[in-house]
Design a protein around this ligand. Structure first.
Ligand SMILES: [Ca+2]
Ligand SMILES: [Ca+2]
Length: 235
């Protein structure tokens, strides 16, 4: 009886381990505090952005990033930053080789639509004790061609490079074209998944996982048994 329980326990542990992907908790990912808690720390981590009730993908609030019509310097873009691990330098939760998948929902409002030349991206920044900062950004994920008044999900992923890097912040930004005024985008419901390096989700399969479903079990054995003692050594 005891050995049977042990077998069951080992099987459960194997299933949990095989899951591989985990969500990284964020502070206020849907802006439902009604302000920029978690996003705007001391007014430093955002620009031309605010929390709005104009639109919401879920709940009552979303992030509003505006083009304020400025045409020079750092005023030509708006952005919002979040530190998913609380900006904790010692939070060694994100290891080199892990893959981070950042998703968010964005909306192009008919009341103030994105203008030609305005582009939006997602960003993931990692940093290390000795490696310094690494800022990475997606290609353009949305622009003036985005359907109006419809929430669209956008996604960007990064495999953390080897070294002492770990995740520190994520970002959404909108860059306006020069001499262009107007154009706003709303963003809501950010989410981050981490895929562990060496996991099945990262495309690494255990030897014997013939059908590559992340488990080595009787399904794989059945596939093996189908051809047991057969050969296709052709002359
Ligand atoms: Ca919301
Ligand atoms: Ca399998």
């Amino acid at each position: 009886m005891r050995s049977k329980c042990c077998c069951i326990l080992v099987f459960i542990v194997a299933l949990v381990s095989a899951a591989g992907a985990t969500s990284i908790s964020m502070i206020n990912p849907g802006f439902e505090t009604g302000d920029l808690t978690g996003w705007d720390i001391g007014g430093v981590w955002g620009k031309n952005d605010s929390v709005s009730t104009d639109y919401a993908h879920s709940g009552s609030y979303s992030d509003k990033i505006v083009n304020d019509g400025s045409v020079s310097g750092s005023d030509i873009y708006g952005y919002s930053l979040n530190c998913p691990v609380g900006g904790d330098w010692n939070a060694h939760t994100i290891a080199a080789g892990d893959t981070l998948i950042l998703t968010a929902w964005v909306l192009n409002p008919s009341s103030d639509p994105l203008k030609p030349g305005e582009t939006g991206r997602l960003g993931i920044s990692v940093a290390g004790d000795t490696s310094g900062w690494l800022y990475t950004y997606s290609d353009t994920l949305f622009d003036g061609t985005l359907p109006q008044d419809t929430w669209v999900q956008v996604s960007y992923q990064l495999t953390v490079p080897q070294g002492d890097y770990r995740l520190l912040q994520i970002e959404i930004n909108m860059l306006q074209s020069s001499s262009m005024s107007g154009g706003t985008v709303y963003a809501d419901d950010f989410h981050i998944d981490r895929i562990l390096a060496g996991s099945c989700q990262a495309g690494v399969y255990l030897e014997g996982d013939i059908n590559e479903d992340c488990y080595v079990n009787f399904q794989d054995f059945a596939l093996l048994a189908q051809n047991w003692l057969k050969d296709n050594y052709l002359y």
